[in-house]
Ligand binder design. Structure first.
Ligand SMILES: Cc1ncc(COP(=O)(O)O)c(C=O)c1O
Length: 380
């Protein structure tokens, strides 16, 4: 692993570095789930849209799912396999193009379904309704589509079975970084509330949030839940994980710019920013792993790592090191492939990190670098 780390440090700073060898490990596990069940697994592009890797991902997965036209176009152009889309509300101006490039369209309400039904069916698309089983299996309200009053998915009370003609499947997405026991509880709720409709349908999409590639995830339970559902109702099961595809497959390489001492703590200012390059650190919030560093009490030299923006809270976290940090030192944050490069922004005119890939043979390739024009082009 040490050699690999040396390799990542050859990337420009700051840079997201995705290691294909680590991505392939995840894809292999997902491929096994497909083999054991016959389910179809799709890449949820909202988590990971590094499209130069779509051909590799497409070798293992059945296709991709999109949150709207742009992601759907990306999968159509760069992966060319099954192309699913779900949006809480489609735009009139975009829907025709969606029907041309997507094979599966999921609607968030019966009103949306009624509005676009004829157009979608005439184009030969398979259509689905997103359901809300109202079964919360986690406490994080911002990531819980089952929280009271949620706008996502049709609840049992609002379900309109008389409008099911032309519908091929149902879709639910309720999990976030969860194990198969949460899926089991969710499936129980889905079956209790919507089970009566499943046998007449072709597919059931279990959404994302399955942390399948996390060490310790109960893959066998997932396999048995998929098999049980497919046998019981004769449906094709889909999974659309995002995070699990790219989990622990990428890094963010950056540089210490300055050290600022302020009484209680030494601040290290980096050329990367939580607010601009890893907003989930502030939103979730979470503490990204930093290679070679520890929790504040673990090692003798403690630093608060922060970005160079104006935001006082642009802080990645407190980390401890074996030796003092100095300007010019390179640092490598782990688990930076998913929900990172898709969420970057240029607040404060921050430069965007480059995008780098390391192939299994250990060759590093800088795919893309960004500059002033990328900042300017988004404004006018
Ligand atoms: C509808 C839908 N499908 C799939 C996903 C992917 O979830 P994850 O990246 O947690 O697997 C999401 C994430 O928000 C989603 O909203």
């Amino acid at each position: 692993m040490m050699e690999r780390t040396e390799l990542y440090l050859q990337a420009p700073s700051p840079s997201f570095v995705v290691d294909e060898a680590l991505l392939i490990q995840n894809l292999e596990l997902l491929r096994q789930v497909q083999q054991k069940t016959g389910c179809h697994i799709l890449l949820a592009q909202k988590a990971f849209s590094m499209y130069s890797l779509y051909p590799l991902i497409g070798e293992s997965l059945c296709g991709a799912t999109a949150s709207g036209l742009y992601e759907a176009k990306l999968a159509h152009e760069e992966m060319g396999k099954e192309n699913h889309v779900f949006s809480p509300a489609y735009l009139d101006a975009e829907f025709e193009e969606i029907t041309r490039i997507c094979d599966h369209i999921v609607f968030n309400s019966f009103a949306q379904w009624s509005k676009f039904r004829e157009q979608a069916l005439a184009a030969g698309c398979e259509c689905g309704i997103r359901i809300n089983p109202e079964c919360s299996t986690q406490d994080h309200a911002i990531y819980d589509p089952c929280s009271p009053g949620s706008r996502l998915g049709v609840t049992a009370a609002n379900f309109q079975p008389q409008l099911l003609e032309g519908i091929s499947g149902l879709h639910f997405h309720t999990l976030c970084e969860q194990d198969a026991d949460a899926l089991e509880a969710t499936l129980d709720a889905v079956e209790e509330k919507f089970g009566q409709y499943l046998s007449q349908l072709k597919w059931l999409n279990f959404g994302g949030g399955h942390h399948i590639t996390r060490p310790g995830y109960d893959v066998e339970k997932l396999v048995s839940l998929i098999n049980r559902t497919q046998e019981r109702y004769g449906v094709q099961v889909y999974l659309e994980p995002g995070e699990a595809v790219a989990l622990n497959a990428g890094f963010l390489v950056c540089t210490v710019l300055e050290i600022v001492q302020n009484g209680m703590i030494s601040n290290a200012i980096l050329d990367t920013s939580a607010a601009c390059h890893m907003p989930d650190v502030l939103e979730m919030p979470y503490r990204p792993p930093l290679l070679g560093a520890g929790l504040p009490e673990e090692k003798p030299y403690v630093y608060r790592l922060g970005g160079p923006t104006c935001l006082a809270g642009d802080i990645i976290g407190d980390y401890s090191f074996d030796a003092p940090l100095s300007p010019g030192d390179r640092l490598i944050f782990g688990d930076m492939a998913h929900y990172s490069m898709v969420k970057t922004n240029t607040f404060n005119g921050m430069a965007l990190p480059s995008l780098t890939i390391v192939n299994p043979a250990g060759q590093l390739h800088v795919q893309k670098t960004f500059g002033y024009q990328d900042f300017k082009n988004r404004l006018s």
